[in-house]
Design a protein around this ligand. Structure first.
Ligand SMILES: [Ca+2]
Ligand SMILES: [Ca+2]
Length: 186
């Protein structure tokens, strides 16, 4: 990993995903992140939209374990996470297969009549689940809502997450996707 910005972003994402803060991403952390998001949206765990999130994060864990857990101890260390990104996910199509199901399931927690889009209130709710302060969430929304429509579309959100995980441009709005770097609530 020779890009300092990308490394900071991945460290930030790792710390957010390591829900219990024990220095490893494990199944409970990943599924727990899905459950925490459902809880913030106030959606019943048995609702189909909630079930979809749980199963998508379950699959995300399976992908993480298969692709990143190099020493096979059933958990992903920070080193395994960083090197897994470099060796496996710099390929665009692999990246999409990996994250898109969880992204789509999460976006569908928002307005049911606007599937795959988030308004400001829904965006704040999602960001709160990831530990981002409301004013920082609002700033990120403004940056990401490129056409100022007041809604973040699936395309805008997908592009932003892609910038977050793979981008090296310090000006890219997607760098703000998971809140200010280095200030994870964990
Ligand atoms: Ca953990
Ligand atoms: Ca491991």
């Amino acid at each position: 990993m020779d890009n300092a910005l990308l490394q900071r972003k991945l460290n930030h994402a790792f710390a957010q995903m390591d829900l219990d803060g024990n220095g490893f991403i494990e199944k409970d952390d990943v599924v727990g992140m899905g459950l925490k998001t459902i809880e913030h949206f106030g959606i019943d765990r048995s609702a189909p939209r909630a079930e979809a999130v749980v199963s998508a994060f379950d699959r995300l864990w399976d992908e993480l374990a298969t692709t990143f857990d190099a020493d096979g101890d059933g958990r992903v260390s920070a080193e395994e996470y960083l090197s897994g990104f470099v060796s496996s996910l710099s390929d665009e199509s692999k990246y999409a297969d990996f994250f898109q199901p969880a992204v789509d399931a999460t976006l569908n927690l928002g307005g049911s009549t606007r599937e795959g889009t988030l308004n400001l209130v829904e965006w704040r709710t999602l960001q709160a689940a990831y530990g981002t302060a409301p004013e920082q969430a609002d700033e990120a929304f403004r940056l990401l809502d490129k056409d100022a429509s007041g809604l973040l579309t699936r395309d805008e959100l997908t592009a932003a997450i892609h910038q977050f995980y793979l981008g090296t441009d310090p000006e890219a709005p997607g760098n703000h996707f998971f809140g200010p770097l280095g200030t994870s609530a964990n």
